[in-house]
Write a protein that binds this ligand. Structure first.
Ligand code: ADP
Ligand code: ZN
Ligand code: ZN
Length: 739
């Protein structure tokens, strides 16, 4: 690289281009454009290789360190930045902390439309208006270009801009003229929208109980400055009510609120509660099931202050806010806050950084806070607010460990549990049954020769889907017809092995004829609206047994459920991933939280073959807090997060040697300064996936700084060298699972 040399009277645009490269690119300002007017955060159209890209101005500098002749920017797309300084700082931080290319992070932060160079205008048609420079021009100087002159004059009379429809109607051939004015940077895309006021509450809140009131008061006291609140309350303790009342105060001050949820499409009830309290307008929703245009409008509505509340999933974190007041993150322990591919960021951790930059509070809520957050509360970094009781006098459910060793099982369900279900159904109660796998059975085995249905492309078994008559891999798109005969011995003793929701459902239909059984898993809720239909059916009491996977633990209230059961509480006790016990405890408590209410106390039965396991015993006899204290003590003794910091470097290729050697070389040359432990390379827990062999290298350090210095050097090396062909690597900072 050439020595950076200052160039006099020369301004260089440092531009973030959405490509997977760890650098900014240098361009010259467009001819005739006053570089002093360029504000970081505006979009530009730039030539890139053989194509044009919509990119972002990151900084203006007088230093040229490219050592090459520079190309000029083709077009300035915005005359004011789409992101504030602080939001740009957030993206910068994310790029450094997650060691991920800035251009790619921008891709994650902007809705598709804006990345493609669309007008940054909500709900209105595309149009144009004059820039400040344009407004100062005298149309007379354009005598030689009458169309441009006419356009300049017309827009001079309409400073808020004119839509394309109006321009077309009033000035034929305006497009080439607009292009010329854009090149002079006298024109900008987009017209100014009218702003609507933020809504105030339309319905009154519930009278808060003493615990809720204390939480509300403390959060209100913390408004207007940075702070992290951890609202720890069992399901039904009234956390949502606390959010709503605090939000009401924030809105009354004319400020906006960003509410992040793990998966909106799974929690239509929550959206409804927000709309009941604050009305239909002023609340915007953003998640992956919306169209690009809808997401763009939600983004712009927040940026321009037309919307007061945004309910969104993790990617909504980067939505700009005209008047930020508060960030709420519900179910903060949920794994879906961590993106698992591409830009592997944690929306929770990034929300805290964002709030600090914006000097506003963050409110994290959960019935089962993550160990990291509990630890941060213990250290005084977060303020802990507890709601120890269920609101409205509801009684907490009783948790019971049921030893199923040597017991006769009906598709995994013991006689004791079956009897409890029968009794509950006789008393008109609803039963909830958690099974951790979807499909009929996790795999198919030949009873004669031992052949096992394995995915040819993954280190995984094929799952039996009896209803579809298919064997399916849950990790790649592999599927095949369920065969009547063993492919190895031609025998006819193929037997489904293990339990899935479909199989339990089948058994229940035979055991409880005439009862309505609803299965909730990814297969049964694929159709759009199916989940909502099921939830409605359940809440109206038209369901006797609700059976399902993880989905059951995600925020739905099933007030008529008086018996909840976890068919197999042991999976997760013996995983090689140290996060597994925490996940299991959260799942158990979350499923339990679905059962019982004021007049109908609930029971929760956990079937286990490990009735003396300390985790299960502590959790059921003493509760989640005591479990968490125990689990944290174990992590401390083992030097695991949050007592250390980790990053996982994954690599994969079509053969096993390439990724292993690649990681081995990195492990040998990494500069750790003795402060970073490097473990591996080892085969990933799923050694092969979709035909690719996967290896990983784990970095652990007691010093966050040392870890990141090591990673910085590593990423720099990786970008300098040319990695082996067809090898793909990714870096996961603060990994939450090892797969
Ligand atoms: P969480 O979010 O902690 O699960 P919610 O806010 O959804 O709890 O409250 C659970 C139930 O209790 C809801 O039906 C809610 O209407 C009710 N509730 C919450 N706060 C109160 C209160 N102060 N008085 C009466 N009922 C309440
Ligand atoms: Zn066989
Ligand atoms: Zn597969």
């Amino acid at each position: 690289m050439a020595e950076p040399k200052p160039v006099q009277d020369r301004y260089i645009f440092k531009v973030a281009v959405p490509v997977p490269l760890y650098q900014l690119f240098d361009y010259l300002p467009p001819p005739g454009f006053d570089p002093h007017k360029a504000q970081p955060g505006i979009r530009l159209k730039v030539p890139f290789g053989k194509s044009e890209k919509t990119a972002f101005l990151w900084a203006v500098s007088q230093t040229d360190d490219s050592g090459r002749p520079l190309k000029p920017v083709l077009q300035i797309l915005d005359d004011e930045p789409l992101l504030s300084d602080k939001d740009l700082a957030l993206l910068s931080w994310a790029s450094q902390y997650y060691h991920f290319p800035l251009g790619e992070i921008i891709k994650a932060a902007f809705p598709a439309g804006l990345r493609l160079g669309k007008t940054a205008q909500a709900g209105v048609e595309a149009g144009y208006r004059l820039t400040e420079a344009g407004l100062q021009q005298d149309p007379a100087q354009l005598k030689r270009a009458p169309k441009q002159q006419a356009l300049l004059a017309m827009l001079g009379e309409h400073p808020q801009g004119l839509t394309e429809t109006v321009l077309t109607a009033q000035l034929t051939g305006w497009r080439p003229a607009a292009k010329a004015l854009l090149a002079k940077a006298w024109l900008a895309a987009g017209i100014v929208a009218e702003t609507r006021p933020a809504p105030l509450a339309v319905a009154p809140g519930l009278p808060a109980n003493a615990h809720q009131q204390e939480a509300i008061d403390r959060i209100k006291h913390g408004l207007g400055k940075f702070g992290v609140f951890l609202l720890y309350g069992v399901t039904g303790s009234g956390k949502t009510e606390v959010y709503l009342q605090v939000i009401e105060t924030v809105l009354a001050r004319g400020l906006q609120v960003l509410v992040l949820l793990p998966e909106i499409s799974l929690t239509p009830q929550l959206e409804q509660r927000f709309r009941q309290r604050f009305g239909q307008t002023g609340i915007t929703v953003s998640h992956s099931r919306l169209s690009d245009n809808q997401r763009l409008n939600a983004w712009l509505a927040m940026r321009q202050g037309q919307s007061a509340i945004l309910l969104g999933t993790r990617s909504a974190l980067f939505t700009p806010m005209a008047k930020p007041g508060l960030i709420v993150l519900d179910e903060e322990h949920d794994a879906s806050y961590k993106q698992q591919e591409g830009f592997r960021f944690s929306a929770r951790d990034s929300a805290i950084v964002r709030a600090k930059l914006l000097q506003i509070p963050v409110l994290l809520g959960s019935a089962t806070p993550s160990l990291e957050s509990l630890y941060n509360a213990e250290k005084g970094r977060y303020q802990l607010l507890s709601l120890p009781e269920r609101a409205g006098n509801a009684v907490p459910p009783r948790l019971q460990l049921l030893d199923i060793r040597q017991k006769k099982l009906y598709e995994g369900v013991s006689e004791t549990l079956m009897a409890a279900m029968r009794q509950t159904l006789d008393q008109q109660g609803q039963v909830l049954l958690f099974v951790n796998r979807r499909g009929f059975a996790p795999t198919l085995i030949c009873h004669h020769c031992g052949w096992l249905a394995r995915c040819p492309r993954c280190d995984a078994n094929l799952v039996v889907h009896a209803r579809l008559g298919l064997l399916r891999c849950h990790h790649c798109d592999q599927q095949q017809k369920l065969m009547p005969q063993c492919p190895a011995c031609d025998g006819t003793s193929l037997t489904p092995l293990g339990l899935g929701t479909e199989r339990v459902e089948h058994m229940l239909q035979a055991e409880f004829p005439g009862k309505t059984i609803i299965r909730l898993d990814r297969d049964s809720t694929q159709r759009k609206g199916a989940l909502q239909d099921y939830l409605r059916q359940i809440s109206q009491g038209h369901a006797d047994i609700i059976l399902g996977t993880q989905m059951l633990s995600k925020g739905h209230h099933f007030p008529n459920v008086t018996l909840a059961a976890i068919v197999d509480a042991d999976s997760g006790l013996f995983s090689i991933d140290f996060h597994a016990p925490e996940r299991l405890a959260q799942l158990i408590v979350q499923v339990s939280g679905r059962a019982g209410r004021a007049d109908k106390p609930g029971t929760v039965i956990l079937q286990t073959r490990q009735p003396e396991h300390p985790l299960l015993v502590t959790l059921t006899r003493q509760g989640y807090s005591e479990f968490a204290a125990m689990a944290l003590a174990e992590r401390k003794a083992a030097g695991l997060p949050p007592f250390s910091y980790q990053a996982l470097l994954r690599a994969q290729a079509r053969d096993a040697d390439t990724p292993r050697q690649f990681l081995q070389q990195l492990a040998d040359t990494a500069t750790s300064g003795g402060l970073v432990q490097i473990a591996g390379p080892v085969s990933a827990p799923m050694a092969k996936r979709a035909g690719l062999y996967r290896y990983q290298l784990l970095f652990t350090s007691a010093s966050r700084k040392a870890l990141h210095q090591c990673l910085d050097a590593l990423v720099e090396d990786l970008n300098r060298g040319k990695p082996a062909q067809k090898l793909r690597w990714s870096l996961d900072v603060d990994p939450i699972d090892w797969y």
